[in-house]
Design a protein around this ligand. Sequence first.
Ligand code: FES
Ligand code: FES
Length: 164
Amino acid sequence: MSAMRPAFQLNGEPAQVDARGDEVLIETLRRLGLTSVRGTCGIGVCGTCSVLVDGRAVSACLTLTAGVAGRTVQTAEGMTAPDGTPGPVQQAFLDNDAFQCSYCIPAMTIMVSAYLAEHDEPTVEGAREYLQGNLCRCGTYPEILQAVASLVQRRPPPQEDSSS
Ligand code: FES
Ligand code: FES
């Protein structure tokens, strides 16, 4: 398959990479040193490779690198401030001991971040359903949902629409 050179935004910075036409995003991101993107099943079942493309969660093992040309890609590395300070979702995971081996955790934080961004009135139950495709072999689900609960509680209520 012929080589390509897609350009995209990666964690807020411009990126352009050589990639095979059949190369999937997880291969490219791992080659670029983004080790938060983790492969397990390779068939879109486990969720450990979740990243955001244009703000939507996708499985990097099923996404062609050529397909992200001109788009924005965010990994868990992009949730951390340049000085290394964890982002709010990452901090909530830390505060609630929501990790054991941590293999699944970067993808979990990506998914929680996507869930909160997509829902004006997030709930723990809603997050539980949203995370159904993300598996944790260590069974850290209660602590992850505790972290979600702390984020949901902190969120200001949605603004009333004063235009109507
Ligand atoms: S490695 Fe991509 S969903 Fe499992
Ligand atoms: S913390 Fe070990 S797989 Fe989730």
